[in-house]
Design a protein around this ligand. Structure first.
Ligand code: DC
Length: 218
């Protein structure tokens, strides 16, 4: 299927499988993939490594200064940004308006062409409000926690299911109640509930959507 040069914005709660799905779409349609959550995780890791965030999540003003000129290099891939330590402090960091504007600037400069699929919490509402296709992904809490738990197990960590579930619910709460671009469904987003769908079924669903929306006949 030939997909036109569009931007695809994928938002949704934690562990709804946004990244796996976005990566699959990028591969299938030859799009650039950008994981906006990785940028917030990178800023959090930077803050932790430089002693700028305390146990009770108080953030030093030095973080704002470090991000001010926009040139700071942050890690946006690898295992370090996916640890429980980063996961447990990323939401308060992502709630800071100066962190959000740093990440937004980075995302816009890294999104090289129109053929982009980006996933996060505010892509269809704030980062790319004019994206031609917006998806909002949801799945039950238990299904999401089980996925995250299995991911951590596979990485050799020793997660406790109840803790994973609690962390996920806490992040959802902070992400959807913060003042600066909270997680909300864009009015023109299509909802994808993948609680009991495989990735292949999700792909068939979105291909149907794209065909209908952009009048593709093949
Ligand atoms: O998708 P993720 O779990 O890797 O995202 C990490 C955190 O970053 C998540 O708790 C919320 C935040 N985030 C955000 O506020 N806005 C985005 N566009 C993407 C992520």
């Amino acid at each position: 299927m030939t997909v036109p040069d569009i931007t695809i914005a994928i938002d949704g709660y934690s562990s709804t499988g946004k990244s796996s799905f976005a990566k699959l779409l990028a591969r299938r349609f030859s799009f650039q993939y950008l994981d906006s959550g990785a940028y917030y995780r990178g800023v959090t890791l930077y803050a932790q490594q430089n002693g700028l965030i305390s146990e009770d999540n108080t953030v030093s003003d030095a973080l704002e200064a470090a991000l001010a000129d926009g040139t700071l290099q942050i890690v946006t891939d690898g295992d370090a940004i996916r640890s429980m330590k980063v996961s447990s402090q990323v939401s308060p960091i992502a709630a800071l308006p100066y962190v959000r504007s740093f990440v937004d600037r980075r995302l816009h400069s890294d999104a090289a062409s129109g053929r982009v699929v980006m996933d996060g919490r505010d892509i269809g509402t704030t980062v790319f409000p004019n994206a031609e296709l917006k998806l909002f992904m949801v799945a039950s809490d238990e299904v999401r926690a089980r996925r995250r738990y299995n991911e951590l197990l596979a990485k050799g960590q020793t997660p406790v299911f109840e803790e994973v579930l609690a962390n996920l619910r806490e992040r959802d709460y902070i992400d959807s109640h913060r003042e600066a671009s909270p997680l909300t469904q864009a009015p023109d987003a299509f909802v994808l509930d993948n609680s009991s769908m495989t990735l292949e079924e999700e792909l068939i669903w979105v291909e149907g959507l794209i065909r209908g929306k952009f009048g593709i006949l093949e």
